[in-house]
Design a protein around this ligand. Structure first.
Ligand SMILES: C[S@@+](CC[C@H](N)C(=O)[O-])C[C@H]1O[C@@H](n2cnc3c(N)ncnc32)[C@H](O)[C@@H]1O
Length: 396
């Protein structure tokens, strides 16, 4: 797909998607355009201002250039242009959820009815009402989504799933693909090219939300059983119904990735997509240790996420870090600063079996292009993938 077409691409419909009526669509289109203007016009203005005025002033006072996101933030924070940029960005996010929530609430009875999947089902859904939900998920409405990931009005509620499915498409302005699947699809494509002889029998997706990134694995590895877990019940009801309506067999269950009920060595491939940056520093080592426990000999884990700050120059770090402060992403900054390869080694993987690579963005494959400035990774790259492997013949 050509980059200019992505901005106009509609979201692919399926029976669970809350489809906007004419007035909701016009509000959602407004938010999408508003976000596009912020990204293409307003943010570049901030960058110019930084280089022309704010950085030279910092150098005059401190005798050196600002080194990293913290020093740039300190230098820029009082500037009125930055205030305007920050406020408009936050307002665009609030407007996005307002309009999507109205649309979801209007259609909720129909969506709940469609989520009741008759037998025989392709996959399965197991919810655990006694699961203790992690405070780092319940304590904040991540990226301002009303009610957060774990809001659940009980029984048949699919609100959180419907909100996320439509909201992410508006937020990403199509850059996640027509099914919001791009990061999962890109990681799948990367794995198949990079490890052509790898034929996983069981695959687990951690923090699957509504299964956007899970479903590409069903097609990429048709002989594998695909499992997916999340802590949010409403998300999982929606994820399961969406997968069934789309004809994909996935076994969803409500579990904490820090400690699951799967047996040792049960999976050949464990994946996660944009999970780590929404996870606390205490949870990350536990998730990695659980991943190690669950991997069979010869198994592989692939965690796709945003780039580490170490891969970005100062201004790039600063602009990405605005999500930490203004988009309810409290773990974002700290997680992108972590040495995640070192965390994998501490969790029991051998240093030579841990590495980071970049997956070509599936959406840009036809154009053969990489990320550009202001997209989801360092210019010239694709999605960052952290690989950790268990060699064959290693005891569990
Ligand atoms: C940004 S979303 C992930 C998106 C999804 N992987 C995708 O690619 O579409 C983060 C998800 O991780 C889930 N999550 C966070 N901590 C978790 C944990 N410890 N165990 C399971 N799920 C978790 C949240 O509930 C949320 O649904």
């Amino acid at each position: 797909m050509k980059s200019e077409d992505i901005a106009l691409m509609p979201q692919a419909e399926h029976p669970m998607l809350p489809v906007p009526n004419a007035s909701e669509r016009s509000r959602q289109d407004f938010v999408r355009s508003f976000k596009a203007v912020l990204q293409s016009d307003v943010e570049p203005g901030l960058e110019k201002l930084y280089h022309a005025k704010i950085k030279p002033e910092y150098v005059r006072v401190h005798g050196k250039e600002p080194d990293d996101r913290r020093e740039i933030r300190q230098a820029i924070i009082k500037d009125p242009y930055f205030h305007a940029f920050g406020s408009l960005t936050r307002v665009s996010q609030e407007l996005q959820w307002d309009t999507v929530l109205d649309s979801v609430e209007r259609q909720l009875p129909e969506l709940e009815a469609r989520a009741k999947i008759p037998d025989p089902k392709l996959g399965s859904l197991i919810l655990d009402p006694d699961l203790q939900l992690p405070r780092y998920v319940t304590g904040v409405d991540i990226h301002c989504m009303p009610g957060g990931y774990t809001h659940d009005a009980g029984a048949d509620d699919v609100t959180a799933g419907a909100l996320y499915d439509r909201g992410v498409f508006v937020y990403a302005m199509g850059m996640m693909g027509a099914h919001n699947e791009d990061i999962g699809q890109s990681t799948c494509n990367y794995l198949r090219k990079r490890f052509p002889d790898f034929k996983p029998k069981r695959i687990l997706d951690l923090g699957c939300t509504v299964g956007h990134s899970t479903l590409p694995y069903v097609d990429a590895y048709p002989d594998a059983e695909v499992y997916a877990i999340d802590v949010g019940a409403s998300l999982l009801r929606y994820a399961h119904a969406r997968a069934e309506h789309m004809g994909k067999r996935v076994h969803f269950s409500q579990q904490n990735a820090e400690q699951t009920n799967f047996p040792d060595g049960y999976f050949d491939l464990i994946v996660s997509h944009i999970l780590f940056h929404e996870t606390s520093s205490k949870a990350l080592p536990r998730i990695l240790a659980e991943t190690r426990r669950l991997l069979a000999p010869g198994g592989l884990a692939a965690h796709a996420d945003l780039p580490s700050f170490g891969d970005l120059e100062g201004y790039g770090q600063f602009i990405l870090d605005c999500e930490t402060y203004y988009n309810n992403e409290p773990f974002w900054g700290a997680m992108l600063e972590k040495d995640q390869q070192d965390e994998c080694v501490k969790a029991g993987f051998a240093p030579e079996d841990v590495f980071v690579e970049f997956a070509q963005v599936a959406l840009f494959e036809e154009e053969g292009r990489a990320f550009r400035p202001g997209e989801f990774g360092p210019p010239g790259t694709g999605w960052q993938v952290l690989i950790s492997r268990v060699p064959n013949g290693v005891e569990q």
